[in-house]
Design a protein around this ligand. Structure first.
Ligand code: NAD
Ligand code: TDX
Length: 345
C-alpha cells in the first residue's frame, strides 16, 4: 500500500469507532482519517473532541445506506481503506425495532461494498461480532468460537450482522473486492454508551439506583478492553490476509453477575442494589472466542486483563461524568423507562 492513505471510518462517533479514530489519528499522522457518521442516538461528537482540529482528521455527517451520498463521498475522498463500524448495535433495541437493523447493518453495508467495488478501494474491513456464531452452552467450558464455527444467530441484531458478513464475503468471491472481517467479543472501556451492561451498571450504581440483571445473571460474556480491539483492527487492515475472517478476544469470560459484583465492589456500593428482572427474549447463554488465528498469524496479544481493564474503565467514568451525564439526562431517560418500566426508572 502507498505511504499516505485516506482511511474512511464509518460509525466513528460511536463507542468502538470513536476509540479507533483516536487510535488512528494519533498513530498515523501522515494518513487522513475521515469519520463518517449519521449521529443517531448512539453517535456523539463529544467523543471526538480530543481529535477535532487535528490536520489528519475530518468529520462527515451522513448515512451509509444513502447510496447517492455514499457514491459522491467516495468520488470526492477516494478512500484507500474503509473500516465499517457504523451499525445499530444494541440487542435489546433489535428486539423492539428490528427494521432499522436491516436498513443500516445489511443495506448500509451493501451500499458501502458497491462503492468500494466501484472506486477500487484497497481494503474493505467489516467490523463484525462474535454474536454471529450464536451461543455456547454454559456446561461446556471446553468449547470456543473459531472462524469456521457455523453462523447460527439468535437476535435480529446478530442476524443483521451475519447477513452483512455474508455480503462482504460474497463481494470478495464474486467481485474480488479486497475484504477482511473481524469478529470480536464484548468490548468495554471509555465512551461506551450507558445502555450497555458495564456503563449502565457503573452509572446507576454511582446514583444508588437499582441494577437490572436479566434472568439469574448466569449468562457469560467474553470481555475485551476496547483499545485491544482497536489494535487488532489496525493489524488486520495493514497485515491481514484478504478474504479472511479473524476472531478477536482475550479469554476473559465472566458471568453478568460477576461483572456487576466487581463494579459494585470497586465503587464500594452494596450488592442489595442488584435487581433480577425478566430475561431478554432469546438471550444467548455464553460467548467465548478462540483468538488463536489472530495471535499466531498476525502476532496480536491483548494488553489488558478484565481486572486491569475494568479498573481503568471505572476510573474513566468517574473522571468523565459530564460525557455520560449528558446522555442519561436526555432522550435516553425515556428509552430506559420504556425498556425497563417505571419501577426501575
Ligand atoms: P455504537 O452503537 O456505539 O456506535 C454506532 C455508531 O454508528 C454511532 O456513532 C451511530 O451514529 C453510527 N451509525 C448508526 N447508523 C448509521 C448509519 N446509517 N450511517 C452512518 N453511521 C451510522 O456501536 P459500537 O458498540 O461502537 O459498535 C461498533 C461496531 O462494532 C458495530 O458494527 C458492532 O456491531 C460491532 N461490535 C460491537 C461490539 C461491542 O461490544 N460493542 C463487539 C463486537 C462488534
Ligand atoms: O440491563 C441489562 N441487564 C443485563 O443483565 C443489560 C443492558 C444487559 N444485561 C446482560 C445481557 C447480556 O448477557 O448483560 C450482557 C451484556 O449485554 P449488552 O451490554 O447488551 O451486550 P450484548 O448483548 O452481549 O452485546 C454486545 O456484545 C456484542 C454488544 O452490544 C454488541 O454490539 C456486540 O456485537
Amino acid at each position: 500500500m502507498e505511504d499516505r492513505m485516506n482511511i474512511l471510518v464509518t460509525g466513528g462517533a460511536g463507542f468502538i469507532g470513536g476509540n479507533f479514530v483516536h487510535h488512528m489519528v494519533k498513530k498515523y499522522p501522515e494518513d487522513t482519517i475521515i469519520n463518517l457518521d449519521l449521529l443517531t442516538y448512539a453517535g456523539n461528537l463529544e467523543t471526538l473532541k480530543p481529535v477535532e482540529g487535528k490536520p489528519n482528521y475530518k468529520f462527515v455527517h451522513g448515512d451509509i445506506a444513502d447510496r447517492d451520498f455514499i457514491m459522491k463521498l467516495f468520488e470526492q475522498e477516494r478512500p484507500d481503506i474503509v473500516v465499517n463500524f457504523a451499525a445499530e448495535s444494541h440487542v435489546d433495541r433489535s428486539i423492539t425495532d428490528p427494521g432499522v437493523f436491516v436498513r443500516t447493518n445489511v443495506m448500509g453495508t451493501q451500499v458501502l461494498l458497491d462503492a468500494a467495488k466501484e472506486y477500487g478501494v484497497k481494503r474493505f474491513h467489516q467490523v463484525s461480532t462474535d454474536e454471529v456464531y450464536g451461543d455456547l452452552p454454559l456446561d461446556r467450558p471446553d468449547l470456543f468460537f473459531r472462524e469456521d464455527t457455523p453462523i447460527h444467530t439468535s437476535s435480529p441484531y446478530s442476524s443483521s450482522k451475519a447477513s452483512a458478513d455474508l455480503f462482504v464475503l460474497a463481494y470478495y468471491r464474486t467481485f474480488g473486492v479486497p475484504v477482511t472481517i473481524s469478529r470480536c467479543s464484548n468490548n468495554y472501556g471509555p465512551y461506551h454508551f450507558p445502555e450497555k451492561l458495564i456503563p449502565l451498571m457503573i452509572s446507576r450504581a454511582l446514583a444508588d439506583e437499582k441494577l437490572p440483571v436479566y434472568g439469574k445473571g448466569e449468562n457469560v460474556r467474553d470481555w475485551l478492553y476496547v483499545s485491544d480491539h482497536c489494535e487488532a483492527i489496525d493489524l488486520i487492515i495493514h497485515k491481514g490476509k484478504i478474504g479472511e475472517v479473524y476472531n478477536v478476544g482475550g479469554h476473559n469470560e465472566k458471568t453478568n453477575l460477576e461483572v456487576v459484583k466487581t463494579i459494585l465492589a470497586a465503587l464500594d456500593k452494596p450488592e442489595s442494589l442488584i435487581e433480577f428482572v425478566t430475561d431478554r427474549p432469546g438471550h444467548d447463554l455464553r460467548y467465548a472466542i478462540d483468538p488463536m488465528k489472530l495471535e499466531s498469524e498476525l502476532g496480536w496479544k491483548p494488553q489488558y486483563t478484565f481486572e486491569t481493564g475494568i479498573r481503568q474503565t471505572i476510573d474513566w467514568y468517574l473522571n468523565n461524568k459530564e460525557w455520560w451525564e449528558n446522555i442519561i439526562s436526555g432522550e435516553y431517560a425515556n428509552y430506559f423507562e420504556r425498556m425497563y418500566g417505571k419501577d426501575l426508572a
